[in-house]
Design a protein around this ligand. Structure first.
Ligand SMILES: Nc1nc2c(ncn2[C@@H]2O[C@H](COP(=O)(O)OP(=O)(O)OP(=O)(O)O)[C@@H](O)[C@H]2O)c(=O)[nH]1
Ligand SMILES: [Mg+2]
Length: 189
């Protein structure tokens, strides 16, 4: 049996960790379209929460992960990260086209950064999960409150991950693949 190729999208607001998520897990050298942030972006792109950040994605992140390399039939995931800022939204439709599922990353220190990406995902009508990227200094917010503030349906999985930890990112992707498969079966039942 041939391996299944699955295109997945990594979405979320500015600086939530999309590029980190893709590069942490990719088994090939991941491709990124990072540009150094200049003084011109200071008034619009707050670096208060991510002081180490010096670049931003202007078009796409790309990476690949074979979920189980010992199993030739296991899915091969192609990961496409989106830019976080709305001024780069024009590439959104191209990135999402053909996507089987998406993970929406959320930073609980500023969840509103991901609202626009959530809207775009809803409009794209692809199955998605929400993954809180647990930054160490993020406030505690219960999952019930997160669900309520994003208006998530009960069917939408909400998980926590650490975009810097490979096993954590793999767990998030397994959860996403399970959700994609479950949604497919619901829709074709
Ligand atoms: N502590 C911690 N820092 C993280 C984590 N994920 C990302 N970072 C840091 O947060 C900053 C932003 O990460 P990026 O991966 O560039 O975020 P992005 O969502 O791709 O940003 P844009 O493309 O500009 O929207 C970087 O300095 C990362 O090192 C995490 O899980 N924990
Ligand atoms: Mg990025």
């Amino acid at each position: 049996m041939d391996a299944q190729l699955m295109k997945l999208v990594v979405a979320g607001g500015f600086g939530v960790g999309k590029t980190t998520f893709v590069s942490t897990v990719s088994e090939v050298s991941s491709l990124h379209t990072e540009q150094t942030m200049t003084a011109a972006s200071v008034p619009v792109d707050s670096l208060d929460y991510t002081p180490e950040k010096t670049t931003t994605t202007v078009a796409i992140d790309f990476g690949r992960l074979t979920l189980d390399p010992r199993n030739p039939a296991a899915p091969i995931l192609y990961l496409f990260g989106t830019p976080g800022q709305s001024r780069f939204k024009d590439v959104w439709d191209d990135i999402v086209c053909g996507g089987r599922g998406a993970v929406l990353l959320l930073d609980l220190r500023r969840p509103e950064e991901s609202f626009e990406a959530l809207d775009l995902l809803e409009r794209s009508a692809i199955p998605y999960i929400v993954a809180v990227n647990d930054f160490p200094d993020a406030p505690y917010v219960s999952d019930t409150t997160v669900r309520r503030s994003l208006d998530l349906t009960e069917r939408t999985p909400l998980i926590h991950c650490n975009a810097r930890d490979r096993n954590s990112v793999i767990d998030a992707l397994i959860r996403l693949v399970q959700h994609v498969i479950a949604t497919y079966h619901q829709d074709t039942a």
